[in-house]
Ligand binder design. Structure first.
Ligand SMILES: Cc1cc2nc3c(=O)[nH]c(=O)nc-3n(C[C@H](O)[C@H](O)[C@H](O)COP(=O)(O)OP(=O)(O)OC[C@H]3O[C@@H](n4cnc5c(N)ncnc54)[C@H](O)[C@@H]3O)c2cc1C
Length: 396
């Protein structure tokens, strides 16, 4: 069936209407929102951008990011679930998986029977994934994985995780030591996950963030993604998809902050008139609107570049353009969303500070978007290196 953009918009809207009260309740009780996944299944959103051949709806980059922007209005938590499952979970399987691997995981993911996640970060390897200590050994028809992954979105609810590790055959410092990527079933013997308590998190109490350990976990040889040694390239390629999904969600946050601020500022009166008539409040509104329109334009440009690159996978220049635009967009839009949420809190005054209302929830939740999928600092260095030239790179 050809992709139906209007139907996706309608289904996403219906999902958002139903998920909002569930999210509000879960947030008030500071617990995981158990209704988000069943509702995503109900509205057939679990495979939004998975190819129809593998049971998904086949949304292209632009339409997928529009859907994520709408979902982002419901909060960074709800959008983060989709990023973990689709943008960084299903995406590497669809892009680098063998035909057998795609058939093994993608239809089940699209039906919502398998939730996916992406495990790159470790306690001692964040901005520099090359510091990872997870290893694998090839033993006959399978690999054996050992290591720990940390701060993984969906990590405690996923049925399968894309995991990265070094070949144990090569010692540290060996120039032939490379990272490989695997799809690991979370019910495998020796795989143990532990979710963060919602109270241990600054924001996103309704999401699942987990760490997991792998003790001699057997992974079938067919679960290798790409070729041996392709892991770093796969991780970096996946981040293009992940970063744009973060930016899309942040655009939704900005849109919601604007809507909430306008409504509140027109209703609330102080000093004899609606606060929307005070010029300093109008300044906040103007800034949020500029956050919105600049973010929307950048996101569209980046999503189109990603689409062009995916249509011509051999073209390195298109990949470079998509990669840089994804970094620029993620950096700009996540900071714009932080600014918009901060201004919305200010417009709402004392109520803005309460997590009973949307501005405070956006502010605390969206903060992570300046950290995961590449911190502000790492993205700035990447952008500066693109401007200055490769020989000026601050780190390799
Ligand atoms: C809620 C949440 C969900 C997450 N989900 C996932 C997930 O699904 N999968 C996954 O793999 N990871 C995930 N992460 C991990 C996230 O990607 C990392 O936290 C992030 O990459 C930063 O790594 P770090 O925390 O180790 O910080 P560090 O790398 O230790 O950085 C600490 C500080 O040092 C700065 N810094 C580091 N190196 C440099 C440098 N060369 N120059 C200048 N400054 C530098 C950083 O910018 C930062 O400010 C998640 C994190 C959170 C909080």
């Amino acid at each position: 069936m050809p992709f139906d953009a209007a139907k996706l918009v309608a289904d996403v809207e219906a999902f958002c209407q139903e998920v909002r009260p569930e999210e509000e309740l879960a947030y008030a009780e500071r617990r995981f929102n158990e209704q988000a996944v069943p509702l995503a299944k109900k509205f057939n959103l679990m495979g939004m951008n998975i190819h129809p051949e593998y049971g998904g709806r086949g949304a292209d980059s632009v339409n997928y990011f529009k859907a994520l922007a709408r979902i982002g209005r419901e909060g960074t938590t709800v959008r983060t679930f989709f990023s973990g499952h689709l943008s960084i979970g299903a995406y590497p399987i669809q892009t680098w998986g063998s035909e057998a691997l795609k058939r093994k995981y993608l239809p089940a993911a699209a039906r919502g029977e398998k939730i996916l996640a992406f495990g790159l970060t470790e306690p001692e390897a964040g901005s520099n994934p090359r510091q990872m200590t997870t290893t694998f050994e090839k033993k006959g028809d399978h690999f054996v994985l050992n290591g720990m992954k940390y701060l993984i979105s969906n990590g405690g609810i996923a049925q399968a995780v894309v995991v990265f590790g070094y070949d144990a055959a090569f010692p540290e410092g060996d120039p032939n030591r490379r990272i490989s990527a695997f799809v690991v079933d979370t019910d495998a013997k020796g795989f143990e996950a532990e979710s963060f308590s919602p109270n241990a998190k600054m924001g996103m109490p309704t999401s699942n963030t987990a760490m997991f350990e792998m003790h001699d976990v057997r992974v079938p040889a067919e679960n290798l993604l790409g070729e041996l040694g392709d892991g770093f390239r796969i991780a970096m390629g996946t981040l293009v998809s992940g970063r744009l999904s973060v930016a899309a969600g942040c655009l939704g946050v900005i849109e919601d902050c604007l809507a909430e601020s306008v409504e509140y500022a027109k209703a609330r009166t102080q000093h004899g008139k609606e606060i929307a008539r005070h010029q300093l409040v109008q300044e906040h509104i103007a800034h949020i609107e500029m956050d919105r329109i600049a973010s929307e334009s950048l996101l569209l440009r980046a999503a189109e570049a990603k689409g062009r690159s995916e249509a011509n996978p051999a073209n390195k220049e298109l990949l470079r353009e998509a990669d840089l635009l994804a970094a620029q967009t993620k950096f700009f839009v996540s900071n714009a969303a932080w600014d918009a949420a901060d201004r919305a809190v200010q417009i709402w005054g004392g109520k803005g500070w309460s997590t009973l209302y949307r501005p405070a929830r956006h502010l605390t939740d969206v903060r992570v978007c300046r950290i995961y999928e590449g911190t502000d600092e790492i993205l700035k260095l990447k952008i500066a290196a693109a401007v200055l030239g490769k020989e000026w790179e601050a780190f390799k």
